[in-house]
Structures are given as C-alpha cells and as structure tokens.
Design a protein around this ligand. Sequence first.
Ligand code: S3P
Length: 190
Amino acid sequence: MSFCRPINTHGRSIILVGMMGSGKTTVGKELSRLTGLPVLDMDSVIEEQIGKSIPDIFKEYGEGHFRALETALLKYLENSSIASRGPAIISTGGGVVLSAQNRAILRRLGYVAWLDVTVDVLIERTSRSANRPLLNTPERFSVITDLCNRRIPLYEEASHIRIETSTMDVLKVVDMVHASAIEYFSHFDQ
Ligand code: S3P
C-alpha cells in the first residue's frame, strides 16, 4: 500500500478502540500511512508525558492514576483539536472506554472504529508481550474473558462501527476502517 488516499474528515479524527491485542497500534500506523493523517498513540503519549512505561505507571501510581491520565489526555485532545491540532488517527488503550466521560469525548472527537477479536486470538497475541500490567497473571484466560465480557457493551456504546478482525489481515482491516470512515464523513459534506 504505497499510495496515499487522503480523506476529508471535516477536522475530526478517526479513533481506534478495542481490547489489548486487537491491533489498534498496527492498524493505526497503516491507516496513517494511507490517509496521510498523523497517528497519535495514547499510551505512547502518556509514557512520554510521565517519562515512565505503562507497567511502571501502574506499579508506582496505580491503575486509577493511569485512568485519570487517559481522561486528561482526551480532554486536552478535545480542547486543542479545533485550535491547534488537525485531525489524527488516534490509537487508544484498551480500557479507555471504561469511563462514561471518555466514551462521550471519543465520539465527539470523530469516527470511532471498534476492532473486535475473539478471546482465543487475544490470548494468543498478548502472550508475546509482558508490558500489559493487567495481564501479568497466570489466570490470563479468565482475566481476558472477564475483561471482554465487561467491556463489550462499552465498546458498543463508544463506537460507530464494529469490525470483527480475528480472521482478517491488517491491510484488510485498514481498508474497512478507511472505507467506512469515508462513508461516515460524507454525511458532513451536505
Ligand atoms: C489497557 C490496555 C493497554 C494500556 C494499559 C491498560 C487496558 O493498551 O492502556 O495496559 O486496560 O486494556 P493496549 O490496548 O494498547 O494494549
């Protein structure tokens, strides 16, 4: 996918939500390459701001503090989006939908695509990395299953589209987000 297919988002962003291991970061980078929009990875921005990794933030300050940082970043993105920042591809952390305030901000920021994946695929993909504090447990299967069950209605509420990505390659997912975003933003043309 070497060429660029710009998209008129009318100043809004494309936001990717979904569980850890659903492919948000990878899809976000490819979507950025395709559309020419800059990518903003919320976890990376928070790590840079605090000067610590996500596992260290969880360990030293607790999950509650991390969630407050997520909300503060979303508020900043919302308040700065019209003035100084243009639209972006925003990759979120999997738990961003836990707060009702976050879910509302996400929808105001733009088009929200939920990358959904089966529990089996999530377990397989997340087994390769140790930087997800919530999954540092021998009970990974039940933890992931439980997180999925609790979060499904929240992803549903926050998103404009659900894309079942378990059997798709990255570029197919990128194409689907891109095409559906064009369709969504076309309604702003009139
Ligand atoms: C989390 C997901 C992580 C990161 C943190 C908490 C979650 O991001 O924000 O470890 O609660 O699902 P990814 O979804 O990018 O792994």
